[in-house]
Design a protein around this ligand. Structure first.
Ligand SMILES: Nc1ncnc2c1ncn2[C@@H]1O[C@H](COP(=O)(O)OP(=O)(O)OP(=O)(O)O)[C@@H](O)[C@H]1O
Ligand SMILES: CC(C)(CO)[C@@H](O)C(=O)[O-]
Ligand code: BAL
Length: 282
């Protein structure tokens, strides 16, 4: 696995691959890798000749300095996981390499980012769109792989690709969970034992709410009962629980026949903020 640290190095590497007629897959991450990330690498491996993973804890998408400071960073362990997963190159730039000067880019994703993560993490999607655009320009992949755990992020990135005419395909892979239902997340490493023990409640509440949606329980009641169930657990502080249209991400007051519903939540456990979602097909 080739280690690349500069934009020019990444550009040259993928340009050569393209010239040789190879298909390039890109898996952008912030590191502290787990099976959710490795699934993305494996999907890329099965569909592309070159699999480029990037690890960059992107400062511009953090709205909370402490969250950025405490974000897990384990570069050696990450590299050791990527090699057997079939990753051919790893891009690990410095902040100075990605941002040689302070960025002035401003994206506005309209209604897509006025809800949930966009509403609760001001500037977050601006930072995501900035760094993902830069990675797409540098790597010029044929395909880029993202996780459905960040459902809203995938929607924002699809909009970005359409608006800026990036010539690539976005692939969204399902959420990989621990045996007890907790969605794998790099931030899970920061959970203390008591919070880790309480954390499966997030998926349990989502699964119960999904069942209610299937039975036609009105969105307002689903929201209220889910928030109450989360609040009853003293170690969990819910930030939001939303019943939304899976495509537009707008909160629903009633279900629309033929349109999938996404249930999304964010919650704090012992100082760690986690998100999760489930999709209920119409
Ligand atoms: N459990 C998972 N299943 C599938 N994809 C995942 C999972 N966790 C993360 N991903 C995807 O991996 C990519 C990189 O995510 P990232 O590096 O932020 O990891 P993370 O585990 O989501 O960390 P955190 O949520 O703590 O920031 C994203 O596209 C994300 O959606
Ligand atoms: C897409 C991403 C790598 C951009 O920094 C990040 O938001 C993430 O890990 O989901
Ligand atoms: N997986 C989303 C990256 C973040 O929390 O900033």
């Amino acid at each position: 696995m080739q280690i690349l640290t500069t934009a020019a190095g990444l550009q040259a590497y993928t340009e050569q691959a393209r010239q040789a007629g190879q298909r390039v897959g890109l898996v952008p991450t912030m590191g502290a890798l787990h099976d959710g990330h490795l699934q993305l690498v494996q999907a890329a491996r099965s569909e592309c000749d070159e699999v480029i993973a990037s690890i960059f804890v992107n400062p511009t998408q953090f709205n909370n300095a402490e969250d950025f400071r405490l974000y897990p960073r384990v570069p050696e362990a990450d590299a050791a996981l990527l090699i057997p997963a079939g990753c051919t190159a790893l891009f690990v730039p410095s902040v100075a390499e990605m941002y040689p000067q302070p960025t002035v880019l401003r994206f506005d994703f309209g209604a897509l980012e006025r809800v949930m993560e966009g509403a609760h993490r001001p500037g977050h999607f601006n930072g995501v769109a900035t760094v993902v655009s830069k990675l797409f320009h540098m790597a010029r992949p044929h395909r880029a792989y993202f996780g459905q755990k960040d459902w809203q992020q995938v929607a924002v990135i699809r909009q970005l690709v359409a608006d800026l005419s990036f010539d690539l395909e976005i692939l969204a892979c399902p959420t990989i969970r621990e045996a007890d239902g907790l969605a794998m997340s790099s931030r899970n490493r920061r959970l203390d034992p008591a919070s880790r023990a309480a954390a499966p409640l997030l998926h349990k509440v989502l699964a119960a709410a999904a069942e209610q949606v299937r039975q036609g329980v009105p969105p307002a009641q689903v929201r209220a009962e889910a928030e109450a169930a989360l609040t009853r657990e003293p170690l969990v502080t819910p930030e939001y629980f939303e019943v939304a249209d899976a495509q537009t991400l707008q909160p629903l007051e009633a279900y629309v026949a033929g349109r999938a519903v996404v249930l999304c939540l964010a919650a704090h456990l012992g100082g760690v903020r986690l998100i999760d979602n489930v999709v209920v097909e119409a």
